[in-house]
Design a protein around this ligand. Structure first.
Ligand code: AMP
Ligand code: MG
Length: 416
């Protein structure tokens, strides 16, 4: 694939975060494939077609309050109006009569508006005497009604193709009485760790080894996205093992994600193997942590070669891979980056020329949100990610932060 123009510090040929993101996103299209699933199974899935409302929601004009259904024309402007109560409308048990001249019906929240009535007066403001109700002046014609179709109108697009189904979408689909919908098939993602020193968990560590944590952070991040996972374990820095792993992954998956071996290191055969087996660019990104990253394809599979350092894996995953996976999954439009400004309580030193993603922790004092760094910031210190609840994003041109200045943060968790 073509190497996009480099940004960042041009002298050192670094690629800016924005350029890398757009190069990735522009070069991928959603994968083809759909399936029909029951509403509950659609949680986290992406709609493959618009959901068209087969009915109005609400289905009927109904009352938003407990009170009395009246005719606005019966109400006097300057005095109480006395009306005769002729029946009661319950939710699910309509009043079958008609509210005539000078009449009212008792009505409960959600009950269908009886014929003849056009306005709801809340029960708290009226006076009731036997079968008569006294309505004070000051009511507005049509008040406290929920109109048929005001939530979702018959024939309208209730949800657009490309929407990701969260709790609200499941409820919305159910509110239309729809039991099954068409979603994009799950994205198949193969992933493995590389490196001779990487040890599988559950066994004693030999001298010089480190336990494989990247495969677990990636497992977590990919599972949350709803991908179908193909965990290929740890692959040694060995040409034939790597070749076999890439060949298997390219056969089985839409996307291959590796960690380690993409910087220029002596025993890292992975760069060589990626180049030989596919079309891959090796980027030096203007980012910290996470400078080296490979992107391209092997066979029909997209390839993301992430750096080896555990924090760099997560930073590059969230800044480059996640949206790419969402696009491949069929999500459209992609979610807006969740960035906002808060006061930083730390003084932070920084060089211009690269975007830094520090791990931060937000707190609220006197109603104001502020952020501080979450522990030591080395790219191998995974604890900083675990203790953090946001990235502090310092853009390329930032040359440091004084305590009390505002910084951009990107929270880890959204509500829905
Ligand atoms: P590399 O990019 O392969 O040179 O790796 C950079 C650093 O990340 C080295 O210190 C590796 O030991 C470490 N590393 C690589 N892969 C993993 C992994 N799967 N789990 C934990 N640390 C890793
Ligand atoms: Mg390595």
């Amino acid at each position: 694939m073509n190497q996009p123009a480099t940004g960042g510090d041009p002298g050192r040929n670094f690629l800016s975060v924005a350029d890398a993101r757009s190069a990735i996103l522009e070069s991928i299209e959603p994968v083809i494939g759909w399936e029909r699933v029951a509403v509950r199974s659609a949680l986290g899935r992406i709609l493959a077609e618009d959901v068209i409302a087969p009915c109005n929601v609400p289905a009927h004009d109904n009352s938003a309050m407990d009170g009395y259904a009246v005719r606005a024309a019966d109400l006097a402007a300057g005095a109480d109006s006395a009306l005769t109560v002729v029946g009661t409308a319950f939710a699910g048990k309509p009043f079958s009569g008609i509210v005539g001249l000078g009449q009212a019906a008792r009505i409960m929240t959600g009950a269908e508006i009886p014929e003849g009535a056009d306005t709801i007066v809340v029960q708290e403001v009226v006076r009731r005497e036997d079968n008569r109700v006294f309505v004070p002046p000051g009511q507005r014609a049509g008040q406290n009604l929920r109109r048929a179709g005001e939530d979702l109108a018959l024939g309208g697009t209730a949800l657009a193709a490309g929407s990701r189904c969260g709790p609200a979408e499941l409820g919305l689909i159910a509110s239309l009485g729809i039991a099954e919908i068409i979603v994009h098939r799950r994205l198949r993602v193969a992933f493995f760790s590389t490196g001779d020193e990487i040890a599988t968990i559950g066994r004693p560590l030999a001298p010089g080894q480190v336990y494989d944590s990247n495969r677990y952070t990636l497992y977590g991040a990919l599972s949350r996205l709803g991908c179908e996972l193909i965990d290929m374990g740890v692959v040694a820095d060995n040409p034939s093992a790597l070749e076999a792993a890439f060949a298997d992954a390219a056969q089985a998956a839409d996307v291959i994600i590796t960690s380690g071996g993409v910087s220029v290191g002596e025993a890292d055969f992975i760069r060589e193997m990626m180049t030989r087996m596919g079309e891959v660019s090796f980027w030096k990104l203007a980012i910290k942590p996470g400078r080296p990253m490979a992107f391209g394809r092997i066979g029909n599979a997209r390839l993301f070669g992430l750096p080896g350092n555990p924090v760099a894996v997560l930073v590059t995953f969230y800044q480059f891979v996640q949206d790419a996976l969402l696009k491949l999954m069929g999500v459209s439009p992609l979610p807006a980056p969740g960035l906002f400004e808060v006061i930083c309580t730390d003084t932070i030193r920084k060089q211009a020329g690269r975007c830094e993603y520090l791990r931060g922790r937000m707190s609220r004092t006197d109603g104001r949100i502020s952020v501080a760094q979450a522990g030591a910031q080395g790219s191998g210190i995974l604890r900083s990610m675990s203790e953090a609840d946001c990235f502090i994003v310092l853009p390329e041109d930032c040359i440091g932060v004084q305590a009390g200045e505002r910084v951009l943060v990107q929270p880890f968790d959204g509500l829905v």
